[in-house]
Design a binder for this molecule. Structure first.
Ligand code: CAA
Length: 295
């Protein structure tokens, strides 16, 4: 397998294109928005530079990685000779179903169709395609070039051969694959999101402040980021959407999103991407400043 098409040039899409290109694969990065494509190429170059300055990559390897990436604004044309498509578009069920219907028609008949969804059912996405046995979840973690895990999710119909190929491919990317089955939130978010929600509920109920909650989890459990900082990093809208999938999928009130999370998303406080969540973010500054709403 050498020809990879990545759909969506946002944070996850550019990270996924980066790791495939760095491992010698030929990547077509697809997005309908040309600005987004240009921004993604700049981000990939910046992140490769970071690796060069750390001495983990040579300048020559960086140039080769960049040369492995081409771009396209046309989904059908971009996937037309792909051996694997990795979809990393916005986390929206209707949009993903449309994309999979389209790529199932436009990609070669034996092309594996993977989705980087963080919680939408692989089985449902597969049902929108002509060959559900070729559809699989390939869930990368942010920041993709750094995080070792690929959570591989078998849909109801995913063939054993496809799973084996994706496990092997993940290893070729220098990642550690972990195969799980298709139930709400899979494993990563079934466990991560209730923790984040509980941290938000603790803040909402006045048990402790933002710094205290994050410090307890960073220093007490050796987490690299506290749960509130991590929620800001992932995006509060994404956290809310995943909690809703868990709540709806299991029908259990324990997954109900905290009202504070719902309010923050409604107010447009989405975390790093909007400049404010539990903390405020100033471009170029690494200092963590708690949002005025929680001081
Ligand atoms: N590309 C390449 N390298 C990068 C990078 C990127 N985008 N971002 C960071 N790095 C590298 C840095 O160069 C640095 O390298 P060295 O160790 O060689 O020095 C290393 O990563 C650490 O980066 P920093 O020093 O800048 O910052 P840090 O030490 O604070 O670490 C972090 C940053 C890696 C993000 C760390 O805080 C962390 O691991 N946080 C938790 C991340 C996490 O949990 N991600 C999963 C989120 S859930 C998800 O993605 C899925 C979902 O469905 C919601």
């Amino acid at each position: 397998m050498n020809k990879i098409a990545v759909i969506g040039a946002g944070t996850m899409g550019n990270g996924i294109a980066h790791v495939f290109a760095q491992s010698g694969f030929s990547v077509t990065l697809i997005d309908v928005n040309e600005n987004q494509l240009q921004k993604a190429l700049q981000t990939i170059a910046k992140n490769l530079d970071r690796q060069v300055s750390k001495g983990t990559l040579t300048e020559d390897q960086k140039q080769k990685a960049l040369a492995n990436i081409s771009t396209s604004q046309d989904v059908a044309q971009g996937v037309s000779n792909a051996e694997l498509v990795v979809e990393a578009a916005t986390e929206n069920r209707t949009l993903k179903l449309e994309i999979f219907k389209k790529i199932s028609e436009a990609a070669p008949a034996d092309c594996i169709l993977a989705t980087n969804t963080s919680s939408i059912s692989i089985t449902q996405i597969a049902a929108a395609t002509k060959k559900p046995e070729l559809v699989i979840g390939m869930h990368f973690m942010n920041p993709v070039p750094v995080m070792k895990l690929v959570e591989i999710i078998n849909g109801y119909a995913t063939s054993k051969e496809v799973t084996e190929k994706i496990v092997e491919l993940s290893k070729q990317l220098g990642k550690i694959p972990c195969v799980v089955n298709d139930y709400p939130g899979f494993i990563a978010n079934r466990i991560l999101m209730p923790m984040i929600n509980e941290a938000i509920c603790s803040l909402f109920e006045g048990v402790a402040g933002v710094n205290e909650i994050d410090t307890v989890m960073k220093l007490g459990m050796a987490h690299p980021m506290g749960p509130l900082q991590l929620a800001d990093f992932i995006g509060l809208d994404v956290c809310l959407a995943i909690l809703r999938v868990l709540h709806e999928g299991f029908g259990n009130p324990k997954y109900a999103p905290c009202p504070l999370l719902v309010n923050m998303v409604t107010a447009g406080k989405l975390g790093v991407k909007s400049g404010e969540g539990f903390y405020v973010y100033t471009p170029g500054s690494k200092e963590l400043v708690v949002s005025k709403s929680f001081q």
